[in-house]
Design a protein around this ligand. Structure first.
Ligand code: MIC
Ligand code: SF4
Length: 839
């Protein structure tokens, strides 16, 4: 079955002219990334030579994907947007909420029981609002998207940072928070700072023990976890075209680990082969017709330095297998250096468990190559020294590898096959003995290895490698084993070598599956009931966050000054907490419980500056909240790295934290904070981090003149009576400042949309917009401080709110509008806008 072919066809028919126009505007050849971006400008976005890393641009993505753990919040927000149906093809995938315990069948039954309420909620919302629903067990979002929805030249957003996986099929696919997904599903433009471009030229060819995973492990070592921030990575060269489409997916997937906005590859024969093998030859035929538009211009690849902001070259013929870790995905060690690095750093070398699969590495090619090694265990009289597990990425892959005998091969080395789900990758792993917190080593083919992520044990040293290397290391049971040069002693006491892995890019007998796990939505979902029980501890309807009070923020307490790495796993842990992803108040009890307090170097122990006592972070914050006292969180570099989970922004917002002040932010987290009405600020001078003291009271000054590119000031009142005043930067544009003032992006959207809807049928454009603006001003003004606030807000709201209001109305003209009356008004708005410009 090919999904949404009409949409792909419509895009492809417009791409050539849009690209030609873009080329004439920027007056030079174009990279693939630019071609895709310029082909997806929102109808109201004027094309121009956008400043990379500077211009905020409105895009119209083709589709949206969400996984169960983030979809709950996204859909709860979407429900309050008041739309009858999603405006673009969208899907929900149940993959994160399945705990890996004994094996696929049993684990799935338990998950269906334990999370029934959430799965029922997601399926009924999908049914009602027109989203495709993939049942628990169908597979991991990114694998399912690659197999069914990704297409060359498309643009997609997804509420998961590894949405970028679809770059393997030539998409620009970007991970976002749920509030961004709501914008797109509601038919509004989606805003992104025009990315910088990093070109990675791949020469040579993968061979022997080296696989696509090693490319991205190497790239992570070069760029580090921050190096791709704000950039699209575009791969090209003979090395790119010679590797499989799923291998490209792996590379793009882990681009999230270098902070890249996304990664992509040009359309080539490997993609054509993959499209055909996954039943989408119609898509490949369409893509073949516009092949040159689905690749960067030849001049770009001939002289990449001229067109990219940064160029990296990697020779695949010389690339060594790598292992990255522990605790961070960018600590890259070539396998030949592992012996000395492990000794130097004191890493435990006995491997307890080898885990393959996940959204990153569970293609047919990956599994067949790993199986070729597992097969050698009995052939060569070996015994596997470590435990071994497999989490297939989709039911289609699982069914096919079972048919082709690979599961049997793994069975023979004692492997456990977990459900087609995230499982151990995200702490949904009931690992026996993890609670003892013993120092131990595991190796896996996933993408992240932050502390505590896989099994909740902070002393688990997790290393990331290719499925082939992970299998070889699990057989050897030794982190320092280099399969290229080292031998193993078999059961008969003989020295044997493992032959390099071999496998098939795609199944020679084709893919097969009995029940892929897809449920199509009702044609007319208006009668479908969505139930959220008020007494549920898993789901909670959202109440709007309070609007800004219209004044500077005074007397904030320091909740925590986080030291070192503070990823979204530290801010809002996954694992057992995943079950509260649809219940904001309950999940807020994990706020920052993984972060290290700078002052006592302890995890989840901060000073309540009202009482002087140390307590858990969420408890202290709830105490401040109960007393109506705002607080501030201070952090280090790349704060919020990792996941797209907006809970990491909503929890502090819900509990009354007002400001997150850090040395630097990860992209998705910064946007999530802005969307939820928080102040996301960075030190103008990073050394000022050192001026923050544990008992400080802090004031944020300059909010009544909150303007793009104008720094704010924070005054630190120290306990000893001293004071420091520091400058802090922000990246809010006008529209984003309105989110802050309204209390959140959703507040603003709700107000604008409902006002527009109720006014639209009766009045003409000018009246409608001003009515909307009036309502915005009225609704976002706090009652208590009506006077001073009114003045401040009134001054700054009308212009940009007016702009947003226009966008909301005008967008309805571009996307199918629910009611005729609205459509009519929308046309008027657009017409009037054009007329105004001409004057
Ligand atoms: C992850 O890999 O960390 C996750 C779990 O898939 C997250 C999404 C989430 O937190 O739900 C991600 O990568 O965005
Ligand atoms: Fe799931 Fe892990 Fe992939 Fe995230 S990275 S989507 S948790 S398999």
């Amino acid at each position: 079955m090919v999904f949404d072919l009409d949409m792909i066809q419509a895009l492809y028919s417009k791409m050539p002219s849009r690209i030609a126009k873009a080329r004439s505007i920027v007056k030079r050849p174009l990279t693939l990334s630019e071609k895709i971006l310029y082909s997806h400008l929102d109808t109201n976005q004027k094309p121009e030579n956008f400043g990379r890393g500077k211009s905020y641009v409105d895009f119209a993505p083709d589709r949206v994907a969400m996984q169960d753990a983030t979809a709950q919040m996204a859909l709860l927000q979407f429900m309050s947007a008041g739309r009858p149906k999603v405006a673009v093809p969208s899907t929900v995938h149940c993959d994160h909420l399945i705990v890996a315990r004994t094996g696929a069948k049993e684990d799935l039954t338990i998950a269906n029981d334990e999370s029934r309420e959430v799965f029922d909620f997601l399926s009924s919302v999908s049914n009602k609002y027109g989203l495709g629903f993939w049942k628990p067990g169908a597979g991991i979002i990114h694998q399912v998207v690659l197999e069914n929805y990704a297409f060359p030249g498309g643009m997609m957003i997804g509420t998961d940072s590894h949405t970028v996986n679809a770059g393997g099929l030539g998409m620009v696919a970007i991970g976002v928070g749920g509030a961004d997904a709501v914008d797109v599903m509601a038919g509004m433009a989606w805003e992104l700072k025009f990315p910088k471009l990093i070109g990675i030229k791949l020469t040579g060819r993968l061979n022997g023990w080296t696989s696509a995973k090693d490319v991205i492990l190497k790239v992570a070592g070069i760029l580090t976890v921050k190096g791709g921030t704000g950039a699209i990575i575009e791969y090209f060269g003979e090395g790119a075209t010679s590797m499989s489409c799923t291998g490209k997916g792996t590379i793009c997937n882990m681009g999230a680990e270098v902070g890249a906005t996304t990664s992509t590859f040009g359309y080539d024969e490997s993609m054509e082969r993959y499209l055909i093998a996954t039943g989408r030859s119609e898509v490949s035929k369409l893509a073949n017709n516009i092949r040159e538009h689905l690749n960067g211009d030849p001049e770009v690849y001939a002289n990449p330095e001229k067109y990219f902001d940064q160029v990296v070259e990697i020779n695949l013929s010389e690339l060594e297998p790598h292992l990255n870790g522990p605790f961070t995905p960018d600590l890259a060690t070539p396998i030949s250096k592992m012996k000395e690095e492990a000794a130097r750093n004191g890493w435990p070398t006995h491997i307890e468990v080898g885990l393959i699969g996940s959204c990153t590495n569970s293609s047919y090619e990956d599994i067949s190559r790993a199986a070729s090694l597992a097969k050698q265990v009995s052939d060569k009289g070996l015994k596997t020294k470590s435990e071994f597990t497999i989490t297939p990425g989709s039911e289609q892959v699982r069914y096919t590898i079972e048919r082709d005998g690979f599961i049997d091969t793994f069975d023979r080395i004692g492997a456990k096959v977990f459900a087609n789900a995230c499982g151990p990758c995200i702490g949904m792993w009931n690992r026996v003995g993890a609670e003892k917190k013993e120092k131990n080593t595991i190796v896996h083919s996933f993408n992240r290895n932050f502390q505590s992520r896989n099994d909740g044990n902070p002393n688990t040293y997790a290393f990331v490698g290719s499925p082939e290397l992970v299998t070889a290391l699990a057989i050897a049971g030794d982190l320092t084993f280099n399969p290229i040069t080292d031998s193993l002693i078999n059961e008969a006491g003989q020295q044997v070598r493992l032959d390099p892995p071999t496998g098939d890019e795609l199944p020679t007998q084709g893919f097969d599956v009995k029940d892929a796990g897809f449920v199509a939505p009702a044609k007319d979902g208006s009668k479908v009931q969505v139930k959220v029980s008020p007494s549920s501890d898993r789901l909670q309807l959202l109440a709007p966050f309070k609007a800004w009070e219209g004044t500077d923020l005074k007397g904030l307490r320091l909740l925590i000054k986080a030291k070192g790495k503070c990823t979204t796993d530290h801010i809002s842990m996954a694992g057992k907490w995943l079950k509260y992803r649809g219940h904001l108040d309950n999940i807020s009890n994990n706020l920052l419980i993984g972060a290290t307090n700078f002052f006592n170097e302890k995890i989840n122990s901060v000073k309540n500056t009202m009482t002087g006592q140390y307590d858990e972070v969420p408890k202290v914050q709830r105490n401040y909240k109960a007393q109506g006292i705002g607080s501030i969180v201070v952090g280090d570099e790349n704060y919020g790295e990792g996941s797209s989970r907006e809970h990491a922004a909503m929890e502090p917002r819900h509990l009354g934290v007002r400001v997150i002040l850090v040395k630097s932010f990860a992209r998705i987290h910064e946007t999530n904070l802005k969307k939820q009405g928080m102040l996301a600020l960075t030190f103008a001078n990073k050394d000022d981090y050192n001026k923050i003291q544990e008992d400080d009271k802090l004031d944020v000054i300059g909010l009544t003149e909150f303007t793009p590119e104008k720094p704010l000031t924070i005054v630190l009142h120290h306990r000893n009576g001293g004071e420091d005043s520091i400058l802090v930067n922000h990246t809010y544009n006008k529209n984003q400042i309105e989110w802050f003032k309204a209390g959140s992006a959703l507040n603003l959207m709700g107000i604008l949309a409902s006002a527009t809807k109720s006014e639209a049928p009766k009045k003409g454009m000018a009246e409608t917009v001003s009515a909307v603006v009036k309502k915005v001003v009225k609704k976002i003004l706090p009652k208590a401080k009506a006077k001073p606030a009114k003045k401040a807000v009134k001054k700054s709201v009308p212009k940009s709110a007016k702009k947003t209001a226009k966008k909301v109305v005008a967008k309805k003209a571009a996307r199918p509008a629910p009611k005729k009356a609205v459509k009519k008004t929308a046309k008027k708005v657009t017409a009037k806008k054009v007329a105004k410009k001409k004057r």
